[in-house]
Design a protein around this ligand. Structure first.
Ligand SMILES: Nc1ncnc2c1ncn2[C@@H]1O[C@H](COP(=O)(O)OP(=O)(O)OP(=O)(O)O)[C@@H](O)[C@H]1O
Ligand SMILES: [Mg+2]
Length: 225
């Protein structure tokens, strides 16, 4: 099967510190992959490289047939908006906006009527089971509900790949399991692939494959095409 995303020999240095030394991975469409590794091993840095939020010092990222290293900042931002959803440990919702407005937020740069935006955001809140909470501000939602809003926001652009940095790290295990079940449901419904970073073996066990990162090095048993 052809890859959705592949990274070859990615490196990222911050000054003299090599946060990512050699990262190799391949993600197929609809695949759920977990990345584990000790604190400081470079997992978040890798996720930022894959999302195009940071530029690699060396190496190559390909998305479908496209080589991302050739894109300028603007093209990279457009690519991200069209293809990638991001979910973080600490939810990162805007406190003054309702759940619905938070979900609709990424759609503002897109040419779309206010009504279309609302309909699309409502559909995504429905997908995460929060249709009834649309008008709540984040402070009136539980941690699990806030993370579901953040996932709905990640879905609103119809991404093919969702990158999640310790998405259950701030949640108790029952609520975390609900988020993991939601990932499985969303994969079945949308065909999206997920790459999730986790410190928890039980979380990683729900993925199709588990990759381990150590000292900036990540090898993917699938090898490099
Ligand atoms: N913007 C930055 N500037 C300088 N150093 C950085 C920067 N971002 C990360 N680092 C360093 O790169 C290394 C890898 O950090 P990273 O956040 O990727 O680790 P991690 O595996 O996600 O750790 P954790 O499990 O604690 O989240 C660390 O030594 C960190 O201090
Ligand atoms: Mg991290």
């Amino acid at each position: 099967m052809s890859d959705l995303l592949s990274a070859e020999n990615l490196k990222k240095s911050f000054g003299t510190l090599e946060a990512v030394r050699a990262a190799n991975l391949r993600i197929a469409a609809g695949e759920i992959v977990a990345v584990m590794g000790r604190s400081g091993s470079g997992k978040t840095t890798l996720l930022h490289l894959l999302a195009g939020l940071e530029r690699a010092t060396a190496g190559r990222i390909r998305y479908r047939e496209q080589d991302l290293s050739g894109l300028d900042e603007e093209a990279l931002a457009l690519w991200r908006r069209a293809n990638i959803g991001l979910v973080f440990q600490a939810f990162h919702l805007i406190p003054t906006l309702s759940a619905l407005e938070n979900v609709a937020f990424p759609l503002y740069p897109v040419r779309m009527s206010a009504r279309e935006r609302r309909v699309r955001a409502e559909a995504c809140l429905g997908q995460v089971g929060l249709g009834e909470r649309a008008q709540h501000r984040p402070s009136r939602l539980s941690g699990g509900e806030q993370q579901r809003v953040a996932i709905a926001r990640a879905l609103v652009n119809n991404p093919s790949l969702i990158l999640a940095d310790e998405p259950t790290g701030n949640l108790d295990s029952t609520t975390g399991n609900e988020i993991l079940a939601l990932f499985q449901k969303l994969r079945a419904e949308t065909g999206a692939a997920f790459l999730m970073i986790t410190h928890d073996d039980k979380v990683a066990a729900t993925a199709d494959r588990v990759l381990r990162m150590a000292d900036g090095i990540l090898a993917d048993g699938k090898g490099i095409a």
